[in-house]
Design a protein around this ligand. Structure first.
Ligand SMILES: *Cc1c(COP(=O)(O)O)cnc(C)c1O
Length: 389
């Protein structure tokens, strides 16, 4: 029986301490999550600005419900593209200071679209080894050749660029989702210019977080649309909503509408979601203090961890990983945290490399100083109770 193989794979995963399971959360997203009679202090979400349950988004959705109903009814190219999508795309393009934007139902779909439609047979995709799974899958979906370079190793990137006379694409996350470090984009831009490669940047964790008004990684480094011609940003993280968008010059958007399969052959995001996303975007524009609140929380967390000698990976952003190594030990430590009503991300292979299991703490603008103090004392307690042999 075929399913025997499935059962064996499940068993192997269980034995390695890498079986994944889903928490069934009984509350809205926020600083606290309700879980089976427990209220957990939440440091696991990507809701960096605390907007996932914002009143402005909820009001915008209420206001839109009667007008546009619930479902979008069709794909964008048939009759699912509504005024709300149009308004959202204009708002997003303005916000990231680029000519045009195209919304997708998810970042995963957007990355598949970019990789599948832009590169052709005979082209070469050159990707950072730690890129997000959706970029890796997109490269597989494309007919182009693809190679990787060691994480942020720009010498190796240059070698790859130099070695090939093909039409080239360089692809990178801005902030790496499991490590929290930032790509050396200004240098990558220079290399792309030198070797005439097209740069594709996934700003899932930078949009709404980096830059003086949250415009993302291009704003942070002052990079133009010409320097970063293809930018993908998501709406499900800092913006607290759902969906994603690709931005750049008008011809890029026009091309994706015609040729991106995950744009064409899928139902449009419901208009109420588009309205909620736009409401949160406008709220962020008017409340830049959310960004300073988040930055202060990141600083406080790093400072308290240093005091408690909790070693962190090199990150200045909302993603703060603590490397543990062994998956089983990570889950024991995690259990101690949950007993203290603290929830952090516990990330194991295959999401990260073998023996690189880690806590992935995410900070948000919704946290208060005392929440972060509680988190760090919880972590210190867990590490002191469960020491490495
Ligand atoms: C979350 C994420 C995505 C996928 O976005 P979704 O909207 O959740 O599908 C893509 N790239 C990176 C780096 C991400 O962290």
């Amino acid at each position: 029986m075929k399913f025997l193989q499935l059962k064996q794979a499940l068993e192997a995963r269980q034995q390695a301490g890498e079986m994944r399971s889903r928490l069934c959360i009984e509350s809205a997203q926020g600083k606290y999550l309700q879980l089976a009679n427990k209220q957990l202090l939440n440091f696991a979400s990507n809701d960096y600005l605390g907007l996932a349950n914002s009143n402005v988004a909820k009001q915008a959705i209420h206001g839109q419900l009667d007008e546009s109903g619930f479902g979008s009814g069709a794909s964008h190219l048939i009759c699912g593209h509504q005024q709300a999508h149009h308004d959202l795309e204009i708002g997003l393009a303005n916000f990231v200071e680029r000519d045009a934007a195209l919304t997708f139902s998810s970042g995963y779909a957007a990355n598949l679209a970019i990789m599948q439609s832009l590169s052709k047979k005979g082209d070469l995709i050159i990707a950072d080894k730690l890129n997000h799974a959706s970029l890796i899958d997109g490269a597989q979906l494309s007919c182009a050749d693809s190679v990787r370079y060691a994480h942020s190793d720009l010498l190796q990137l240059e070698q790859r660029l130099k070695q090939s006379s093909q039409n080239k694409f360089v692809v990178t996350d801005s902030i790496f989702s499991m490590d929290g470090d930032c790509a050396r984009l200004p240098e990558i831009v220079e290399l792309c210019e030198k070797y005439q490669a097209i740069l594709i940047v996934d700003d899932a964790h930078g949009f709404g977080v980096l830059g003086k008004s949250g415009g993302g990684v291009t704003q942070h480094f002052g990079l133009s649309q010409q320097q970063v011609p293809v930018l993908m940003s998501t709406l499900g993280k800092a913006l607290g909503g759902y969906g994603a968008f690709v931005s750049g010059e008008q011809s890029l958007v026009d091309y994706l509408i015609q040729f991106a399969r995950t744009y064409i052959y899928t139902t449009a995001m419901p208009a109420i979601i588009a309205r909620g996303n736009l409401a949160n975007l406008n709220f962020l524009k008017m409340h830049p203090q959310l960004l300073t609140g988040l930055a202060d929380n990141i600083q406080l967390f790093k400072q308290l961890c240093a005091q408690q000698k909790i070693p962190l990976l090199e990150s200045d952003c909302a993603i703060q990983p603590i490397l543990v190594g062994d998956s089983l030990r990570l889950m024991q430590l995690n259990e101690i945290l949950v007993q203290q009503n603290i929830l952090v991300g516990a990330i194991r292979p295959p999401s990260v490399a073998k023996n690189a299991a880690r806590f992935r703490v995410t900070l948000t603008a919704a946290h208060q100083a005392e929440d972060i103090q509680q988190l760090v004392s919880g972590l210190a307690f867990a590490f002191s109770t469960n020491k490495t042999q």
